[in-house]
Design a binder for this molecule. Structure first.
Ligand code: G6P
Length: 612
């Protein structure tokens, strides 16, 4: 979604803003812009549709906009096409107020009509422009006061950055539902929608609360709640390594993040398996044995890949822990009239912790009186702050829009939860627990082994990269893994793909199979191998080519039916999705590479979706 950055200090603002916007590029955007206060009663604004490079060229890397205080923005269009004119910042007709916005102003039509009646002229098709015109309408020499009056009239979700020509070193930030952080050093201060934009300058960041307004001046950040009372918000220290947010020699962030998975698995498991290897300890997340013992049902919500991690967890929770589990898309949760029973634990899975639909689901669950566990990657994010319990996924910063390591970390964290809950299932004996935990501890090493053997994946991608349509099939946990694999492929290669439970293809979709259609069969679960083999026969008979992803011990079964067979080491059945994900992510990556796609920034997608 849209990215916001602001800087005020004694250095030139525009290059710092461009640097920050570059760090936010991964969130997905279609245009960008900057306003800098000249310090002489004027605002200097430049905007450009397309990539940030266009803005850098237009401003000669920021050198044409001279001034030490400013705001910048990368836009993901909602209202109005991605043109120069609709790009942010939006400057009010007087030229005195400029704003950047992430979110949607739901009552903008009403406000626009009201302002039009008062003779205000509009210059864009955006909902955002009403905010700059409204602040300008109320401005009488006190920006904070004008912002307060304007915000009072706004409905919807928003994070705003605002500057005024006559207040040369002040930036005002407003947060309602959209993520926004502020930070300061001795002689400067920053505003941003994501820590990556400012990590180079400071590590202690303040996460703004909903409905708060922040006044940012060099060396200070003052937060006010909606009643105008000063808030003392404690800064959170971000321990992410800046290197971790850079490519480190890889061609793309996505490839680097795929290869980070052994480390990510180690970090997500670290300290959560007891020293004797026989038990899971999630007390760090606030989940004591008493709380775990009381869980009767798990209701998981998430979006995109986080939802798919939830589907994996459902199979694990039901088959191993024997706990009923429902998985609902976060965007549907509110509309599905969830039935909650005593003992229901709602689990919100989210990498960013800022996905609007997941936040809404969390709030809905809490309003129904259910305890919420957040499985989140970003510390201090909204979901982590609002949940009752937080299990961090320790994946580190993920920059590529298409998730890889954060998804695996989510699956690993949910596996721990399933095992922790299984300990209260009298049917699970100590040997079974020791077996799964033993294999779980070996998993990072196995992941390393899988990632070292990339040749078969590259061969498959070079043979199949130009297929028009791909079907992924699997059963049980393999089906859950197939869902994510299919999403990965379509996200970054733009090839139409769908995942089906192996038994389901014949109920309609098999009509689409024709000579040359690619079917990717995920077949790591031994007890379902024969069934999936039959499904492979069904599609092969109709001319499909088959790429089989299976385990070493099952490879023989697929030697004849798969046109290409990729194998991963054997592991406990419950853990197979963690290994299956690796070659399938690499298959998506190399297919996209062969198609010349913009892998880290696929068209139309955003990393963090902060609108509903
Ligand atoms: C976007 C991203 C996906 C992600 C989903 C949920 O669509 O492109 O990769 O899975 O949002 O994001 P979250 O941050 O809540 O995990």
């Amino acid at each position: 979604m849209c990215g916001i950055v602001g800087f005020t200090g004694d250095a030139q603002a525009a290059p710092i803003l461009l640097y920050g916007l570059e760090r936010l590029e991964y969130r997905g955007y279609d245009s960008a812009g900057i306003t800098v206060n000249s310090g002489a009663g004027t605002l200097l604004t430049e905007k450009a549709s397309g990539r940030l490079a266009n803005l850098a060229v237009r401003t000669d890397n920021g050198t044409t906009l001279r001034g030490t205080c400013g705001i910048g923005h990368t836009r993901w269009a909602t209202h109005g096409e991605p043109t120069d004119n609709n790009a942010h910042p939006h400057v009010a007709s007087s030229g005195k107020i400029s704003i950047v916005h992430n979110g949607i102003i739901e009552n903008y039509r009403k406000l626009k009509d009201w302002l039009l009646d008062k003779g205000v002229k509009f210059h864009s098709e955006t909902d955002t422009e009403v905010v700059s015109q409204l602040i300008d309408y109320y401005y009488e020499g006190d920006l904070l006061n004008a912002v307060r009056k304007a915000v009072y009239k706004l409905e919807g979700s928003y994070a705003l950055g605002i500057v005024a020509a006559d207040e040369p070193s002040t930036i005002i930030g407003v947060r309602k539902e959209g993520p926004l952080i502020a930070a300061y050093t001795e002689d400067a201060a920053y505003l941003a929608s994501d820590v990556t934009a400012i990590l180079k300058y400071c590590r202690d960041v303040i996460y703004l609360e909903d409905d708060s307004i922040v006044v940012i001046k060099p060396g200070s950040v003052t937060c006010y709640n909606k009643y105008g009372k000063v808030q003392n918000l404690t800064p959170v220290t971000i321990d992410w390594d800046i290197e971790a947010a850079q490519k480190g020699g890889y061609a793309h962030y996505m490839l680097k993040e795929i290869y980070e998975q052994p480390r990510v698995l180690r970090d997500t498991l670290a300290g959560r398996i007891t020293e004797d290897g026989g038990s899971v300890n999630l007390s760090e997340a606030g989940l004591t044995r008493e709380i775990l013992r009381s869980v009767r049902k798990v209701h998981i919500v998430g979006c995109g890949s986080a939802y798919h991690a939830g589907v994996v967890a459902k199979y694990q929770l039901e088959s191993f822990a024997r706990i009923a589990c429902e998985v609902t898309l976060a965007s549907e949760f509110r509309y599905s009239s969830p039935v909650v029973q005593p003992g229901t634990l709602c689990v919100v899975i989210s990498q960013s912790g800022e996905t609007a639909d997941s936040i809404a689901a969390l709030r809905e669950a809490k309003s129904l009186g259910v305890s919420v566990l957040a499985v989140v990657n970003v510390r201090g994010s909204t979901i982590s702050r609002e949940a009752d319990y937080v299990l961090y996924t320790n994946a580190g910063p993920e920059i590529a829009v298409a998730t890889s390591k954060a998804y695996s970390a989510q699956v690993a964290a949910m596996t721990l939860l399933a095992i922790a809950l299984a300990e209260f299932n009298s049917g699970v004996n100590r040997e079974s627990l020791l077996a799964v935990l033993g294999d779980l501890r070996k998993l990072p090493d196995l992941a390393e082994k899988v990632l070292a053997d990339v040749a078969p994946v590259q061969l498959a991608a070079s043979r199949y990269f130009n297929r028009g349509s791909v079907f992924f099939i699997g059963r049980g946990l393999d089906y859950a893994a197939a869902l994510e694999a299919s999403l990965k492929l379509k996200e970054i290669s733009y090839i139409h793909s769908e995942a089906y439970a192996g038994g389901e293809l014949k109920h309609g979709t098999i009509s689409l199979i024709e000579p040359g259609t690619l079917v990717v069969a995920v077949a790591l679960c031994s007890k379902l191998a024969e069934k999936i083999e039959s499904n492979i026969k069904e599609v092969k008979t109709r001319g499909a080519e088959v790429l089989a992803v299976t385990s070493e011990s099952l490879a023989g079964d697929f030697a004849d039916s798969g046109d290409i067979v990729i194998t991963v080491p054997d592991t406990h059945e419950l853990l197979t999705p963690l290994l299956a994900a690796l070659p399938l992510q690499l298959f998506a990556y190399y297919t996209a590479l062969n198609n010349g796609c913009d892998i880290d920034k696929p068209r139309n997608l955003a990393k963090s979706v902060t609108v509903e």
